[in-house]
Design a binder for this molecule. Structure first.
Ligand SMILES: Nc1ncnc2c1ncn2[C@@H]1O[C@H](COP(=O)(O)OP(=O)(O)OP(=O)(O)O)[C@@H](O)[C@H]1O
Ligand SMILES: [Mg+2]
Length: 261
């Protein structure tokens, strides 16, 4: 059996509506995320992709159900246990969340300063290497307010990759980047994953680009999830919302061999 990094068991998540009632985001959802592979989370805006990542990190409570990380039940953990859980993840949220008062260099060096015992020189080497990979050399001394949106995103990515975490959670890592940089970033993910062997969970609208990386695809729709073992497997789905998703994101050409059969 394949090893499981993250498991959702009968997870329910809803938000109270202002006028009473509930908005159900995840309705008794079950899925597993395999170790060392890339899982892409897809689905329309507002379907709960970012909420799903926040639940994994314990940033929001569930209504019911359980979440397991490496087989350990982490539902509702707090304090020290929650801190320990979070050190296992590298996270890039939508919007990058950099520290405004720190330079690019300091933002990227921060996790190494806080969580490693590396010397200043080792830190400098490692930070400069990742900044070079992400085409940020020459901008180390700038503050986040002096960067473009795409540059901020890349700084956030550089920071998330510093500790070579077990599990990477990326929320739309390439939104706002040009197509070449988008492709470069996905290539970097593929290379880094090969080197580090981390489990990746990527929320992305860059379909089909991101599908080149995907080992598994999870589609969120109206509180339910559909899990596909490969992007190709999605094309065989007859579910109307998946067919529509495939047509609108990948184009009909991807379905041509459905007709040939
Ligand atoms: N803290 C919150 N309180 C109330 N409702 C919330 C909260 N966070 C998210 N929601 C609601 O949950 C739904 C899912 O939000 P989420 O941010 O997960 O969407 P998403 O799939 O990431 O969308 P996008 O592709 O636009 O980023 C939305 O309707 C949103 O308004
Ligand atoms: Mg989102």
């Amino acid at each position: 059996m394949r090893e499981i990094a993250i498991e959702f068991r009968e997870v329910v998540k809803s938000f109270a509506k202002i006028n009473g009632g509930k908005q159900v985001i995840l309705d008794h959802v079950n899925f597993t995320i395999p170790v060392g592979k890339t899982t892409v989370i897809a689905g329309g805006s507002g379907q709960g992709k970012s909420v799903l990542l926040k639940l994994i990190l314990g940033l929001m409570p569930l209504d019911s159900g359980r979440i397991l990380v490496s087989g350990e039940d982490v539902t509702g953990v707090r304090g020290r246990q929650l801190e320990r859980l979070r050190t296992r993840f590298g996270v890039l949220f939508q919007g990058a969340a950099l520290f405004d008062s720190l330079t690019v260099y300091e933002n990227v060096a921060l996790p190494l300063r806080e969580r490693s015992t590396k010397s200043e020189q080792d830190i400098r080497e490692q930070v400069m290497a990742i900044l070079t990979q992400l085409e940020l050399t020459g901008h180390e001394e700038k503050f986040p307010a002096q960067l473009s949106g795409g540059m901020r995103k890349r700084v956030g990515l550089a920071r998330a990759l510093q500790l070579k975490p077990e599990i990477m959670l990326f929320d739309e890592p390439t939104t706002g980047l040009d197509p070449v940089m988008t492709q470069d970033i996905y290539n970097l993910f593929a290379r880094t994953q090969e080197q580090v062997g981390y489990t990746a969970v990527i929320v992305s609208h860059d379909i089909p680009k991101v599908f080149n990386l995907a080992d598994q695809v999870i589609v969120l729709n109206n509180g339910e999830v559909d899990v596909f073992d490969s992007p190709e497997a999605m094309q065989w789905s007859r579910e109307p919302h998946i067919v529509e998703f495939v047509e609108s994101t990948m184009g009909k050409i991807y379905q041509s061999h459905l007709v040939e059969q």
